[in-house]
Design a protein. Structure first.
Length: 198
């Protein structure tokens, strides 16, 4: 039967060869996919809680890839691997590594120089990470967990609440989130910071 996906506002469609990377062949709907991905993400969060994350290892390409792999490796064969296709969002796939390097270096600079408040540093990182769109799928969820890791493990502050939502359902919370992202795209980072803290 195959995987039939219906995309909601702000979701990035998968290419057919990316769909072929699905490890659980019994999954046929978006709902089933979301469920299996969420279980995988919960395992990744348990891994984060068990692991003493070293501050100097978080802002690295290796950690960005490792986190994505931990979040999705039960579901997708390409978990933790940069995409090799163009999307409706994100940089050209051949520029992912260099754009990520710029983001990691900028974030280290912001931290060292206290350029912004810690919340703003974590959210600016999250926003730019989504704009790069490193992976075929899961970029939003991955970037939110990265922001949580930065705020907690680097700054020692409470993780974000994200409106107590994983933003998978097409509801008012997701709409508010997408609108806040669009505001950040236009240079106003405040709505997404406020969203993350509510």
């Amino acid at each position: 039967m195959g995987l039939k996906l219906e995309y909601k506002d702000g979701q990035t469609p998968l290419e057919e060869e990316e769909k072929d990377g699905l490890l659980i062949k019994s999954i046929t709907t978006h709902g089933e996919l979301d469920e299996h991905e969420q279980l995988n993400i919960e395992k990744a969060i348990e891994w984060i809680l068990r692991t003493k994350l070293k501050k100097d290892k978080i802002l690295t390409e290796e950690f960005v890839k490792t986190l994505h792999k931990k979040m999705f490796d039960d579901v997708w064969s390409w978990a933790g691997k940069f995409r090799k296709s163009e999307k409706n969002i994100g940089v050209e796939w051949i520029k992912i590594a260099i754009e990520l390097r710029y983001l990691l270096d900028d974030t280290k600079y912001w931290i060292a120089n206290k350029t912004y408040h810690p919340d703003e540093i974590a959210i600016r990182f999250k926003h730019r990470l989504v704009k790069i769109h490193c992976f075929p799928n899961g970029n939003g969820r991955h970037s939110r967990i990265m922001a949580d890791i930065i705020i907690e493990s680097i700054f020692g502050l409470d993780i974000f609440t994200w409106h107590s939502s994983n933003m998978v359902k097409a509801d008012d919370v997701r709409k508010e989130y997408i609108n806040a992202i669009k505001e950040a795209d236009n240079g106003n980072i405040n709505p997404i910071i406020e969203f993350a803290r509510n």
